[in-house]
Design a protein around this ligand. Structure first.
Ligand code: 0O2
Length: 207
């Protein structure tokens, strides 16, 4: 990194990290509570599992630099929304939208951004619902609103995204291989969508 942040900016960034981590915990707890309530009332869990991650400082600064933002806590806070991230893996496609609805209608949760890559999949075949919500974190001197990015996807979409991510970013795959497997994966993404919808229909008919 050419423009490393100054020490006082670094201190601000570390403070911001702590705050965002609290925001992440607030949202994780809300999701866990909703899932637990579903188990009691409907004998069904919409959430298969959840993963939380904080963007590490290096990739945060790299992203800010790449996008041309100032490497200051203020600018990063204003422009980057995925510092605190939660991935929610559901059993079925409909569970994705019910979880979104149940979470965003809570009075202390506000929807800031929404990208529906299920209705509009990416060129690669990537499918997921991405939302950014803000939630208040109560600090010693009062509440501060914190944005948290939530990626909601089915087990099938998650399996697909992990393999595709590996193909594109993790391996030093040559272009030929990336093209070949990329096309194959795009087809699998469409097939998976059909299979998951078909399985959801069976599931609904069994209730
Ligand atoms: P990581 O470590 O997974 O977080 P923005 O964040 O809005 O400024 P962008 O590119 O508009 O940037 O965000 P987008 O595309 O809505 O979401 C980015 C994240 O979605 C990526 O995070 C991936 O996790 C996932 N993603 C998006 N497109 C694809 C895709 O084609 N294949 C796979 N496997 N995942 C995808 P990062 O930034 O890679 O890092």
């Amino acid at each position: 990194l050419e423009n490393r942040p100054r020490i006082d900016e670094l201190a601000k960034l570390l403070k911001m990290f702590q705050l965002y981590q609290s925001g992440q915990r607030e949202i994780s707890t809300k999701l866990e509570n909703l899932d637990a309530e579903f188990q009691v009332n409907f004998d069904y869990n919409p959430i298969h599992h959840m993963e939380s991650r904080m963007k590490d400082m290096q990739s945060l600064l790299q992203k800010a630099e790449l996008k041309g933002y100032d490497l200051t806590a203020d600018s990063i806070q204003k422009n980057i929304y995925d510092i605190a991230g939660i991935r929610v893996i559901t059993n079925y496609v409909d569970d994705i939208y019910s979880i979104e609805k149940m979470l965003t209608k809570q009075t202390d949760v506000t929807l800031l951004r929404r990208k529906d890559y299920i209705k509009h999949p990416k060129e690669s075949g990537y499918r997921s619902l991405h939302i950014v919500v803000k939630v208040p974190v109560f600090q010693s001197d009062g509440p501060v609103d914190v944005p948290v990015e939530i990626q909601i996807r089915t087990v099938g979409m998650d399996m697909w995204a992990s393999l595709e991510h590996k193909l594109r970013y993790k391996t030093d795959a040559n272009k030929e291989l990336v093209d070949k497997y990329g096309d194959q994966l795009k087809n699998y993404s469409d097939e998976l969508e059909q299979i998951e919808r078909g399985m959801q229909d069976i599931h609904k008919n069994l209730i």
